[in-house]
Design a protein around this ligand. Structure first.
Ligand code: NAD
Ligand code: TYD
Length: 375
């Protein structure tokens, strides 16, 4: 089988390439990546010489380049990870999100139709469902939860999902979509919460926690996500959406404190800063469908996954130090330079949360949103 993996020089795409070449040595994998600020070719250095692997630098919006590649490689499967993926960047500059995440997806699907691809898989996100209130721990996102986005990032991903389903219905393109919760693990770009906090803590720099740090995310070790996508490609039903998540809800502040503890750093490094605009309160996936249809379950417990992740950042300093020394610095200044440090009363959450506890109620701003009709 020949598989085109787009965005394979980024976090999840690269982990997927390593996983697939190892799990299916009979398959050929072609990585297409534009190498934006988030794409790092050094991430793929260990597979560059693998005869079953090819890297092609191209923009998924570049129709000519994409058609030419499809004509050459005649792929059986396309897995689209390529995206602008950072919510904060989408708030600063939505346009590139629409371009890559929507137009890029349409271009790949047009090529898939033209060259008879047998499966087009869209890697989507639970963020398309918007957020859940903190005071309703009984609510989870299912595949029938209405799309209800908050950020330009999630809106662009939702737009792409709708196009994917439309291409299936209109043209009969054999598609699948997976909507996953927050991933963590090796090669995670250090602008996202977990790697940002690890790398900042190692440098004894302030750890910027947005608002009160009580927002909840459902964290999944990246390899578990890769395994789920592989299962969907092989056994998933065409035209279907599969949610992927690990029932591992954590508050941001608790994760940051865990990282401080693991690295022997003081919690005094934590700085509560101005909140993200439109900040989603809670994401939580109901993974019943992928479990009952495909037998998928997450295998890595958070305590083990976070330990492995921290160890990886400790033993791969050259990977992230190279990133931090480059363009990322200017970006960091732009993003955080203007964010004033907040000096609220002590945040509600001072002791590390037991993950079994019910999270606290949302701030008034977020509770203004209508509760989601959960289907
Ligand atoms: P990432 O930002 O680490 O990597 C994105 C990759 O896409 C980079 O290598 C970048 O160079 C490439 N890319 C960007 N624009 C491109 C273009 N126009 N043409 C070709 N390549 C381009 O992202 P990630 O965290 O690995 O996320 C991968 C996918 O998974 C995204 O679609 C994202 O929406 C989705 N997702 C991510 C998470 C998460 O927690 N990170 C969770 C659920 C879903
Ligand atoms: P992030 O890793 O950007 O993922 P997402 O927004 O897609 O969930 O952020 C995870 C959570 O961490 C989110 O609630 C925002 C918060 N956060 C901070 O508190 N400080 C930071 O510096 C960053 C990047 C995120």
């Amino acid at each position: 089988m020949t598989i085109i993996v787009t965005g394979g020089a980024g976090f999840i795409g690269s982990n997927f390439i390593y996983y697939m070449l190892d799990a299916h040595p009979e398959d050929r994998v072609i990585c297409v990546d534009k190498l934006t600020y988030a794409g790092n070719l050094s991430t793929l250095k260990d597979v560059m010489d693998n005869p079953n692997f090819r890297f092609v630098k191209a923009d998924i919006c570049d129709r000519e380049a994409i058609y030419q590649l499809f004509a050459e490689e005649k792929p059986d499967v396309v897995v689209n990870f390529a995206a602008e993926s950072h919510v904060d960047r989408s708030i600063l500059n939505p346009e590139v999100f629409l371009q890559t995440n929507v137009i890029g997806t349409a271009t790949l699907m047009d090529a898939s139709r033209k060259f008879g691809v047998k499966r087009y898989h869209q890697v989507s996100t639970d963020e398309v469902y918007g957020d859940l209130p903190l005071d309703r721990p009984d609510l989870f996102f299912t595949e029938t939860t209405p799309i209800h986005t908050s950020s330009p990032y999630s809106s662009s991903k939702a737009g792409a999902d709708l196009l994917v389903l439309a291409y299936h219905r209109t043209y009969g393109l054999p598609v699948t979509i997976s909507r996953c919760s927050n991933n963590y693990g090796p090669y995670h770009f250090p602008e996202k919460l977990i790697p940002l906090m690890i790398t900042k803590a190692l440098a004894d720099e302030p750890l910027p926690v947005y608002g009160e740090g009580i927002n909840v995310r459902d964290w999944l070790y990246v390899e578990d996500h890769c395994k789920a996508i592989d299962l969907i490609l092989r056994n998933g039903r065409v035209g279907e959406v599969y949610n992927i998540g690990g029932h591992n809800e954590m508050r941001n502040i608790d994760i940051v404190k865990m990282i401080c503890k693991a690295l022997g750093k003081p919690e005094s490094l934590i700085k509560y800063v101005e909140d993200r605009k439109g900040h989603d309160m809670r994401y939580a996936i109901d993974p019943t469908k992928i479990h009952s249809e495909l037998g998928w379950l997450p295998e890595t417990k958070f305590v083990d996954g976070i330990r492995k992740t921290i160890d990886w950042y400790l033993t791969h300093r050259e990977w992230w130090e190279e990133i931090l020394s480059g363009e990322y610095q200017a970006y960091y200044e732009k993003m955080y330079g203007a964010r004033e440090e907040l000096k609220p009363e002590a945040p509600k959450s001072d002791e590390t949360k037991n993950p079994d506890e019910t999270p606290e109620t949302p701030k008034p701003d977020d509770s203004k949103r209508e509760p989601l009709p959960i289907g």
